[in-house]
Design a protein around this ligand. Structure first.
Ligand code: A3D
Length: 317
């Protein structure tokens, strides 16, 4: 059986980490594309020269030519500008729309059978645009945001409760913006509700609620927290890890349930928009969208987040 092939469009901060992670996990041969000459070639050579140390057997090719992505099974898109301190993700829509339009054409022409995972911001709009340009079926074009937003929420819970991050399950729904919906009621440590554990820790219901609200707020602003510290760009290690877990689930048909920016056709009361929801990712891409009952408060937060996505997407030219 031929090795799988992963094409990475955008060889910047996230693209470089994606290439390294894909190689370390031997997901398949890696092609890293960027418009800057030498950048993807240099990064791939650098990573490949670590292969005898780390012991991975995959090919890494840096390129400025879309032809080289031919035959890719999965394409991960990070082309586009990241935000700087003081900017919102939505401020990137104009400049990144032009970039995504050209990337979409390249993928459509050279990797017409691929599954595409978009990371470029503003995420919900960029994945919508890329699907429109490629015309690929919705199950083959998805966005990464929820895996990362959920991981941030899980990390904050684990740190607060002094338990392993491996034993925390928590999820965010909705758009990848400040209105995202971290689901408090479903957050648990091995099935034990986090709110219950906080109440036991603080022996005070009001304090437990306050601590939970602070974690929700930090989750919503977590991308901005990193931007403010870095000053020159945005998070790149964690978004790469998040997208690789999605690619791996598709390439290995793992059928993992991952919060994914998917095209909704009535689920959660949303029709015709890409929004973050839990999805089963396997060899057919999005194989199922898991729906569950939201209470009135959660539904109201979801509606607000979806409204923000709609107004952004409707502003696409
Ligand atoms: P950066 O390090 O600037 O890399 C972007 C790369 O895109 C650069 O190397 C550019 O040369 C390249 N590029 C520009 N135009 C094109 C083009 N037309 N074709 C191909 N490549 C091009 O940014 P980054 O890697 O830090 O971030 C990439 C994107 O991801 C940004 O839009 C970020 O806002 C976004 N991002 C999303 C998340 C999510 O969780 C959704 C998290 C963090 C960053």
């Amino acid at each position: 059986m031929a090795r799988k092939k992963i094409a990475l469009i955008g060889g910047g901060q996230i693209g470089g980490v994606l290439a390294q992670l894909a190689a370390l996990r031997e997901l398949g041969d890696v092609v890293l594309f960027d418009i800057v000459e030498g950048l993807p070639q240099g990064k791939c050579l650098d990573i490949a020269e670590a292969s005898p140390i780390d012991g991975f057997d995959v090919e890494l090719k840096g390129t400025n030519d879309y032809k080289d992505i031919a035959g890719a099974d999965v394409v991960i898109v990070t082309a586009g500008l990241p935000r700087k301190p003081g900017m919102s993700r939505d401020d990137l829509i104009e400049v990144n729309s032009k970039i995504i339009a050209s990337v979409g054409e390249g993928i459509k022409q050279y990797a017409p059978n691929s599954f595409v995972i978009v990371i470029s911001n503003p995420l919900d709009a960029m994945v919508t645009l890329l699907q429109r340009i490629t015309g690929f079926p919705y199950n083959r074009v998805i966005g990464q945001a929820g895996v990362l937003d959920s991981a941030r929420f899980e990390a904050f819970i684990a740190w607060e409760l002094g338990v392993s991050v491996k034993d925390v399950t928590a999820m965010t729904l909705g758009g990848h913006g400040d209105d995202m919906v971290p689901l408090v009621r479903y957050a648990s440590v091995k099935g034990i509700p986090v709110l219950e554990l906080l109440e036991r820790k603080y022996k005070d219901k009001a304090k437990a609620k306050e601590v939970m609200e602070a974690m929700v707020k930090r989750t919503r602003g977590a991308g901005g927290e990193v931007v403010a510290l870095l000053k020159t760009g945005s998070a790149f290690y964690s978004p790469a890890s998040a997208a690789i877990s999605m690619a791996e689930s598709i390439l290995k048909d793992q059928k993992r349930v991952l919060p994914t920016c998917c095209f909704l056709q009535g689920e959660y009361g949303v029709k015709g928009y890409y929004v973050g929801v839990p999805a089963v990712l396997g060899s057919n891409g999005v194989e199922n969208i898991l729906e569950f009952a939201l209470d009135a408060e959660e539904q109201a937060m979801m509606d607000k987040s979806v409204a923000a996505v709609k107004s952004l997407v409707d502003s696409l030219k």
